[in-house]
Design a protein around this ligand. Sequence first.
Ligand code: ZN
Length: 169
Amino acid sequence: MDLHSRWTHRWRNPKTDSFESPIHGLGVVANADIAKGEVVMVYGGIVVPRSEIREYRKEGGHAGIQLSEDFFMVPASREELQTEGIINHSCEPNFGFRSQIELVAIRDISKDEEVFLDYGFMETDFDSFECGCDSSACRGKVTPDDWKRKDLQDRFGDYFSPYLKTKFN
Ligand SMILES: [Zn+2]
């Protein structure tokens, strides 16, 4: 029996749907209210060593999470990523890490709100990009060193990935 036909590599709260995001391409939106602390997403997938992550991204795109200095967990295919949901970045994220792979609502999320992560909380190996999130906290440019920012650590430190938290001073 192919267990993967019933259970997926990643779990996304049924109160969310994949949708055409007004911010960028596909995104994920709440179809019902989600309370602060509720699990929004549990990541899974295949494991790719950091030395090969850029090669993976040529095929798989920029997705998944960094587990440690040396490993990433990423979708097994483009199709999987699209089915299971692509999360957009915002400098005003509404969910973040509770454990290495579980992500929870940082605050109450209302029906019809898009769910956002701050990519700066997740990884240290990506190309900086111009942000169009339009939030008042927008950093303009998002860089792989943003996790070092004291203002972000003070505000959202609890929700950074456990891997990045180990790097805080
Ligand atoms: Zn922004």
